[in-house]
Write a protein that binds this ligand. Structure first.
Ligand code: PEP
Ligand code: MG
Length: 908
């Protein structure tokens, strides 16, 4: 850098005027959107945002950046000048809120403190200015309560108990009924709690309050619940949170004030309309906490028409500006509307598809953007079964349909039990009066969530929707008693812990017992049993149909299925598969056919071996004929036998006992004895790394030749039947090109022999799996002998990490996930840096040797949304996955293509 060039000092604080919606990395979602609304001229209380960069520095060093204090002072001065009062000023205090806001919304996960600037002195000034003593003392008690809990770490229950005590003493049910003098007394009690629990007095200096609150927000990035949420939502841990310091407006100034949340359209169906909740005379989190029951937003029109009309106009403006469903938080202070937050709102999977197509129809977005508005994960959710509409389940009650789906499980009344029971394999429904962020792990563990309080925007509803979990909330007629672990329905039916309940998140209905489920209409559509254009097709199916049609036009990756029989192949084809990427032939040797493999293993002479192989050939051939028929005209990759042979033999312990018992009865069974010897001979300590894959083919004479012959004969049969077979023969577990060459030589001879005898040209190709590190590292050599590569990312992950794929997920992955070593199992989502790097370099090396080398993947990752994006990026030709994942892979392949070509958007 030239000497005369000044190093520009990093800027850590942005006034709301200075930001915009595209600065989410720096200002967090909330800060970026507050700035955007400010610049749109909407009524946003003035304030400023401290950047995520400041948070990151703080988290690393434990101290705020040196320049931050002065920068905050400068912005605070400007804010004070604008508002005409000083923070905490005794006679007329400026009060601020300090709120977290990361790049991705993490509802309720991090901290917020309201009413900063109040003290024993300024509470009097606030009372005088507002002409409302009750309001001032209510605001002060809220500050001490929130500050005490989140900043000073005091147990929140202590405050709650004191508040309950005050209500009880006065004989009232709701906190709004407490008068100024009661609240004044409560403030005293709260201050005593703080002093006793922390050994210090509640700070009276407003700037100290603000700085401590900012640090608390920074710290809350790393609370256990925030970390858990990020893992669940796959949000990176290193983003940090921004902090928004915003001048306070008050919804608790009396009946002409209030606070609410709203959506610009229904987050459950996508339909336009007025959706939201409003709570009169309330502040901040009262609405989402579900503490008092809210009124519907539409009722606000009757209460305060001016604010209502303005709100409707603003919502309209936000939708056309953001080109999407927005959710907002607002406050009305004595008849004046203020916007506190907006963001592109979370929605159900069904609404995502509907909204995307609605916005295309409105001309607001194009098809490529529509693809970014939905995810494969959402599509997978839509494919889950739902309750049979003819079922006769006993209706217990009804709540709000907050997050769709059909969930059945045993009733549990606390998160601890939910986690414990689900770990032991039970399906549970978490039932609470209302949930709060501490319930997160219980919500993750449960099949579904049921609450008796709170609306569509309550914590339970918002978090469940975000997770794609079924949720019914606000089922007020169900009396939930968490202490006694029971729920009572209106008719008097009592549900105790462990009783089965079924909840329908699409209708809000709650049933006793286990209600039967039926396939989803989306699956019926993919199966071809429901047509998108038909009159009875619902809106959702029509939307899915349209999005899938865009997807198929846009994607570059082809999608194949992992299927071993004609039935799966046909379903895969209906679901849009463009071939089979993996037919695991070992699945053809189970059941009755196992005896032939047993004979093959026990063969002591060439004749015996030949006889076993000859018995197997026609069976194999018939399998292939039906598979090629189901996939006529499309490629079918048949993999030669892969697993260790002993998997086809009886269990060693059982057989030993049988032989020993027979011996003791002097009842010798020659066959069993031979079998036992073979089982011992073939027993391996690490069978996954032993005699399997290509090694078997090279060691057991005639095995692979038999399979190749069956494939060739089947292809010839299909040609005779005027079909169009496109078989590809795949060799598993190759580590070096020499192995492949040996198998190829043998296979080519067999194929040539069949071609000559049958008088046909078969055009069979021969390739290999790349599923060992050595294969990936020598892919350039291997490609000399391969027509195609298919990445076996299951084995590749196993061998690159040294993780036994059958053991580790159950044994220690939970600990690894908890420690944040990885956010998701590498067997589920491709490990880009390790396994992915090998896939990338092997693909490049293979293509360098042989530019027309066909490349695919057939490990489980082929149906995982994030991994599909990776395979698109590295230029594979296709992904292969289980039939049910095919629509998901089609959609994600298109999203990957649209994102790389069109730049993509930030929608997760
Ligand atoms: C793989 O290893 O990724 C693969 C597809 O083969 P299998 O799972 O059958 O070992
Ligand atoms: Mg494998």
């Amino acid at each position: 850098m030239p000497e005369d060039q000044q190093v520009e000092q990093q800027k850590f604080v942005y006034d709301f005027h200075e930001g915009n919606k595209d600065l989410k990395d720096l200002l967090g979602g909330k800060g970026a959107n507050l700035a955007e609304m400010t610049n749109l001229g909407l009524p946003v209380p003035p304030g400023f945002t401290i950047t995520t960069e400041a948070c990151k520095e703080y988290l690393v060093s434990g101290e705020e950046p040196a320049a931050l204090r002065d920068e905050v002072s400068a912005h605070l001065d400007a804010l004070e000048a604008r508002m005409g009062k000083k923070l905490g000023q005794a006679d007329d205090p400026l009060l601020v809120s300090v709120r977290s806001g990361a790049k991705f919304s993490m509802p309720g996960m991090m901290d917020t403190v309201l009413n900063i600037g109040l003290s024993d002195e300024s509470v009097q000034g606030l009372a005088a200015q507002a002409g409302e003593e009750r309001f001032a003392w209510d605001s002060y008690r809220r500050l001490i309560q929130m500050f005490g809990k989140t900043v000073l770490g005091v147990d929140g229950d202590l405050f709650e108990e004191a508040l309950e005590g005050a209500k009880h003493a006065k004989g009232v049910a709701s906190d709004v009924e407490l008068e100024a003098k009661d609240l004044k007394r409560l403030v005293q009690v709260f201050k005593e709690i703080v002093a006793k629990e922390t050994g210090r007095d509640f700070p009276q200096d407003p700037r100290e309050q603000m700085d401590l609150a900012v640090h608390a927000v920074f710290d809350s990035w790393n609370t256990d619940r925030a970390k858990l949420y990020r893992r669940q939502e796959r949000i990176p841990h290193d983003l940090g949170t921004a902090v928004n310091v915003c001048s306070m407006v008050f919804g608790n100034l009396g009946p002409d004030s209030g606070t609410g949340v709203a959506f610009t359209r229904d987050p459950a169906s996508g339909h336009a309309g007025v959706y939201g909740d409003y709570l009169q005379n309330a502040q901040g989190e009262d609405v989402v906490a579900g503490i008092r029951n809210t009124m519907q937003l539409a009722e606000l029109e009757g209460l305060d028409k001016k604010s209502y009309d303005e709100l409707m106009q603003i919502m309209q403006k936000l939708e056309t500006h953001y080109l999407d469903l927005c959710d907002i938080e607002f406050t009305i202070e004595r008849g004046k509307l203020w916007m506190l937050q907006t963001r592109v709102g979370k929605r159900t999977a069904a609404a995502a598809f509907r909204i995307a197509t609605q916005l295309v129809d409105q001309g607001l977005i194009d098809e490529a953007e529509a693809l970014q508005r939905v995810t494969g994960h959402q599509l997978a959710q839509l494919m889950f079964p739902r309750f049979d509409s003819d079922h006769k389940g006993e209706l217990l009650g009804r709540g709000i349909a907050a997050s769709p789906g059909a969930a059945v499980g045993k009733a549990v009344f606390d998160s601890y039990t939910a986690v414990k029971w689900s770990r032991s394999g039970e399906k549970v429904i978490l039932i609470r009066r209302e949930t709060n962020p501490d319930d997160l792990d219980g919500m993750i563990a449960a099949e579904g969530i049921l609450t008796s309080r709170g609306g569509k925007t309550s914590h339970a509803a918002v978090v469940a929707r975000g997770m794609g979990k079924t949720c019914v909330c606000g089922a007020e007629e169900l009396e939930v008693d968490t202490k006694r672990r029971r729920m009572t329905a209106p008719g008097g039916v009592v549900i105790d812990e462990g009783d089965l309940v079924s909840i329908d998140g699409s209708t809000g209905k709650v049933y006793l017992g286990d209600v039967p489920v039926v396939p989803s209409p989306v699956v019926e559509y993919f199966e071809g049993r429901m047509h998108a254009g038909a009159e009875d097709a619902d809106e959702l199916v029509a939307a899915v149909h349209r999005i899938m049609a865009y997807a198929d036009r846009v994607r570059r990756l082809r999608v194949r299925a992992n299927a071993d029989n004609a039935e799966d192949a046909s379903r895969a084809r209906r679901f849009g598969a463009q071939g089979i990427g993996l037919c695991r032939t070992e699945h053809m040797f189970l059941g009755e056919r196992r005896q032939y493999v047993e004979r093959l293993i026990l063969a002591e002479s060439d004749e015996e071996r030949e006889a076993a192989l000859t018995a197997l050939t026609p069976l194999q051939k018939d399998d292939f004929v039906s598979l090629f028929e189901a996939m006529d005209g499309l490629p079918v990759t048949v993999r030669l036998l892969d697993p260790p042979l002993h998997e086809f033999l009886p269990d060693i312990t059982e057989l030993s006992v049988r032989v020993a018992l027979a011996e003791s009865r002097k009842d010798h069974n020659e066959n069993d004895l031979r079998l036992l010897q073979a089982v011992h001979r073939l027993h391996e300590q690490n069978p996954m790394l032993g005699l399997r894959g290509v090694r078997l083919g090279l060691v057991i004479p005639g095995l692979f030749a038999m399979q190749v012959k069956a494939i060739a004969e089947a292809a010839a049969d299909r040609l005779d039947a005027k079909g169009d077979p496109r078989a590809e023969i795949m060799i598993p577990l190759v580590g070096t090109v020499q192995e492949l060459e040996l198998v190829r030589d043998e296979a080519e001879q067999v194929i040539a022999e069949v071609e000559a005898r049958r008088g046909v040209e078969l055009k069979l190709t021969l390739g290999t799996m790349i599923e060992l590190p050595r294969a990936a590292l020598t892919a350039g050599q291997i490609a000399e002998s391969a027509d195609f590569f298919s990445f076996g990312t299951n084995d590749l992950t196993q061998t690159v990490w040294g993780f036994s794929r059958d053991d580790v997920e159950a044994s220690f992955f939970t600990a690894y996930l908890e420690k944040g070593i990885f956010g998701v199992s590498p067997f589920e989502t491709i490990d880009r840096d390790g396994v992915g790097a090998l896939v990338r370099s092997a693909a490049e090396a293979g293509r360098a040797t042989r530019p027309d080398l066909k490349l695919g993947v057939c490990g489980e990752h082929g149906g995982d949304p994030e991994s599909v994006h990776f395979f698109h990026e590295v230029g594979l030709d296709y992904v292969s996955c289980s039939p049910f994942r095919i629509p998901v892979a089609r959609l994600e392949a298109a999203r990957a293509a649209a994102a790389t070509e069109g730049g993509g958007s930030d929608h997760r």
